[in-house]
Design a protein around this ligand. Structure first.
Ligand SMILES: Nc1ncnc2c1ncn2[C@@H]1O[C@H](COP(=O)(O)OP(=O)(O)OP(=O)(O)O)[C@@H](O)[C@H]1O
Ligand SMILES: [Mg+2]
Length: 297
């Protein structure tokens, strides 16, 4: 059991503009949570083709290792400009980005990443490090998507699963920190047959179904509302596929929150289909929440 008191907000940087956005977001987040900020850059020696250390006839600080140090120093300086009250440290860590960031997630309160990095494949909406880390981290992962904005509610997807309950807790906390409201969305569809021979009624009472689903949403939210009485909450029932509804609504949100997987958790699937789709298409920064065992946050 890990005690996360004083655990830092960690941000991964690779010298990209998206990672620098992540640094600004992480600095504000650390300030709001009264936590230190830790900037990390995973550094792996390339196999060939690029000068590693000092280069003949080049300035003494040329070479990849120095560039890595500079990337971290620039990020630390940027964080200092955004949130001078936050204690910021930076480190270059030897290793590939995904394992380094996953190791960091064990002791972090929150891990913040850009959606893209320096990888050159222009059509990707989200880089492989961001996908892999958000699927497997030990702490909530916040991926910079869309525009960081200070207006709009926090949006959270609720499906009644245990993880969506954790997502609700995280979303309430964020809404309270940001002095904004919360929109709790539950998207629902009429039942579909689960297997061969599964008998379903020929006619649905759609209103009754919606009322049932609405009650489940209200119950899921009620406990958290008591803990955060100052956060105004809107319950939003949507008839349709959850991913589409969340992506649409994310355009008006300052932050979108989902659990890493939900009610339909496939054994072995690291990210549920809704979380996966929203990670790719969200119009706002996205937090992916997972089970916080024995944590005080
Ligand atoms: N070497 C690294 N050290 C620390 N953080 C990193 C590193 N590489 C990527 N990240 C973090 O992950 C985010 C997403 O970068 P990612 O590498 O996934 O995208 P990409 O470079 O566009 O794609 P790919 O690497 O798959 O070609 C970055 O904005 C940064 O926050
Ligand atoms: Mg990359």
């Amino acid at each position: 059991m890990t005690n996360r008191t004083g655990a830092p907000v960690v941000v991964g940087v690779d010298g990209s503009a998206s990672a620098l956005d992540a640094v600004r977001f992480a600095a504000r987040e650390a300030a709001a949570r009264h936590r230190p900020l830790r900037v990390v850059h995973a550094f792996i020696w390339p196999l060939f083709g690029t000068p590693l250390g000092p280069v003949p006839f080049a300035p003494p600080d040329a070479g990849l290792r120095h560039q890595a140090e500079r990337t971290v120093a620039e990020a630390v300086a940027e964080a200092g400009k955004i949130a001078p009250e936050v204690a910021v440290t930076g480190e270059v860590i030897d290793g590939a980005p995904t394992p380094v960031l996953l190791a960091e997630s064990r002791d972090a309160a929150l891990l913040v990443l850009g959606s893209r990095g320096l990888g050159g494949f222009a059509e990707l909406v989200i880089g492989s490090v961001a996908v892999q880390v958000s699927a497997r981290a030990d702490c909530p992962v916040l991926v910079m998507k869309g525009e960081a904005r200070a207006d709009g509610p926090v949006l959270v997807g609720v499906d009644g699963s245990a993880l969506s309950n954790e997502a609700l807790g995280f979303a309430f906390e964020e809404a309270a920190l940001r002095h904004t409201g919360l929109v709790a969305v539950h998207a629902w569809l009429v039942p579909t047959p689960l297997g061969p021979g599964d008998m379903l009624p020929l006619v649905y009472d759609v209103d009754a179904l919606e009322a049932d689903e609405g009650r489940a949403l209200a119950e899921a939210v009620a406990g958290w509302s008591e803990r955060y009485p100052d956060v105004p909450v809107r319950h939003r029932m949507a008839h349709g596929a959850a991913a589409r509804v969340l992506v649409q609504e994310s355009a008006a949100a300052q932050l979108t929150v989902v659990g890493a997987h939900g009610r339909g958790a496939l054994a072995g699937a690291l990210l549920g289909s809704v979380s996966h789709a929203v990670l790719h298409h969200s119009h706002s920064p996205l937090a992916i929440v997972r089970h916080r065992e024995g944590r005080d946050n």
